[in-house]
Write a protein that binds this ligand. Structure first.
Ligand SMILES: Cc1cc2nc3c(=O)[nH]c(=O)nc-3n(C[C@H](O)[C@H](O)[C@H](O)COP(=O)(O)O)c2cc1C
Length: 400
């Protein structure tokens, strides 16, 4: 499935990180209002309550008020140059809402109307689950990050699947699948298999989450032997269901470089469809934790503090797998420049959570608009033709 990349002239503006023109005035006004609301109201509110409030407001606008169509017309990306064909689907933008934004599969259509090209719902487990006890989410304002130890609160695979089945539009919606809290490491494969049984028929793709730091022992599943077993079990389930659903792994940023290479090699050997990288980090580099922030010590950090490592992991994966895996880059993407850089480094798709929290409802639109401008300036025919165009050629593994 090797694609030829369009490589504009070296030294032309396409690789440069240029300041983007400001958004058109009609979109600047609500953006300024959101910033004002954020600084005056939302940042004083508990982060989790603010998220719940925003999601309910948007679901209300989309549902009972029936204004989702208007939102979609105003904010949905329409530049065909941003379309991405991957995983058997056409994504209208490479930018998706990361797992955790819509944990319960309850507002993915509103997220699509805001301009996200796809949504990864979940993490979903076999049975419904409550969140970890509070406090469990906090903002790191100075670092433009979040720290969370939410766990996987979700309505369970069957209910999530019913919600996914009710969708109407063409939005691509994947399901992120995780291990239930009460399942021991030894029972993980059967547990994922049960969850996949409930979800697969209504998911456009599946992501096996083996990297959330907030479910004890989950990250141990990144060990190659256990991963092989897990993928085998999920494959057997899909076969029993007679379904072909693209399957990806979601990995963490705290793995060593060798572990990342081993996972890329395994994904190629097992002919997995792709890798989502990365989940939140346990590293506290560059992060100042204030007094009384005891719970922050155990949570996963997202946003700007994760940016550099997420890019490094992407570069490593692309050097190993090239275009033979669909690489979904997530972690600290804040600006159109960041998004552009990730595509050039080898990401076919992008996801974000934290920058959306800080940037507000118009943030996806501004990233899409920025990518369109950069694409036009580059002269390339499509964003997809640029995937990996900035990556340095390195050795490829035997499986490629
Ligand atoms: C509050 C919160 C909840 C999250 N929940 C999940 C989750 O349920 N499953 C998962 O795979 N990742 C989850 N993530 C991780 C994100 O999907 C993403 O990998 C990470 O936040 C890095 O992206 P960002 O820097 O754009 O936020 C969560 C992140 C945050 C901030």
């Amino acid at each position: 499935m090797s694609r030829r990349n369009h490589r504009p002239e070296v030294g032309s503006e396409w690789l440069g990180v240029r300041r983007l023109r400001p958004a058109r005035p009609i979109f600047r006004f609500p953006d300024v209002i959101y910033r004002l609301i954020f600084w005056l109201v939302l940042q004083r509110m508990d982060a989790e309550r603010a998220h719940a409030l925003a999601s309910r407001a948007l679901a209300f606008i989309h549902g009972p008020l029936r204004l989702g169509g208007c939102l979609g017309v105003a904010l949905r990306p329409r530049d065909p140059g941003l379309h991405i064909k991957a995983l058997g689907h056409t994504f209208r933008s490479p930018l998706g809402a990361a797992a955790g934004v819509d944990k319960c599969a309850s507002w993915f259509e509103s997220l699509g109307a805001l301009g996200f090209g796809f949504v990864e719902v979940g993490t979903i487990t076999g049975r419904p689950q409550e969140a970890n006890p509070r406090p469990r989410v906090a903002r790191l304002l100075r670092e433009r990050g979040l720290v969370n130890r939410l766990g996987f609160p979700n309505p369970g695979a069957e209910e999530a699947s019913r919600r996914l089945a009710r969708r109407t539009g063409a939005l691509v919606v994947g399901a992120n699948v995780g291990r239930s809290r009460e399942t021991a490491l030894g029972g993980a494969s059967d547990d994922y298999r049960r969850t996949v049984r409930g979800l697969a028929a209504n998911s456009d793709y599946l992501v096996l989450n083996v990297s959330s730091p907030n479910t004890p022992g989950l990250a141990a599943l990144q060990e190659v032997g256990l991963l092989r077993q897990l993928v085998g079990a999920v494959r057997a389930e899909l076969q029993a269901l007679d379904l072909v659903v693209p399957t990806l792994l979601k990995i963490g940023p705290d793995l060593s470089d060798t572990e990342i290479d081993d996972i890329a090699d395994l994904a190629l050997e097992l002919k997995l469809d792709g890798i989502v990288a990365t989940n939140t980090t346990l590293s506290r580099d560059g992060v100042t934790l204030g007094a009384g922030s005891g719970f922050l010590l155990s949570g996963g950090i997202s946003g700007r503090p994760l940016q550099r490592r997420a890019l490094e992991v992407l570069e490593r994966l692309y050097a190993r797998a090239g275009n033979d895996l669909v690489l979904v880059s997530v972690g600290g993407i804040e600006t159109a420049e960041d998004a552009w850089e990730r595509v050039l480094a080898g990401a076919t798709l992008l996801e974000a959570y934290t920058a959306f929290v800080y940037g507000g409802p118009l943030w996806p639109r501004s990233i899409n608009a920025g990518l369109s401008r950069k694409l036009r300036a580059s002269g390339a025919p499509s964003l997809q033709s640029l995937v990996g165009a900035g990556a340095s050629a390195r050795s490829r593994p035997a499986f490629a």
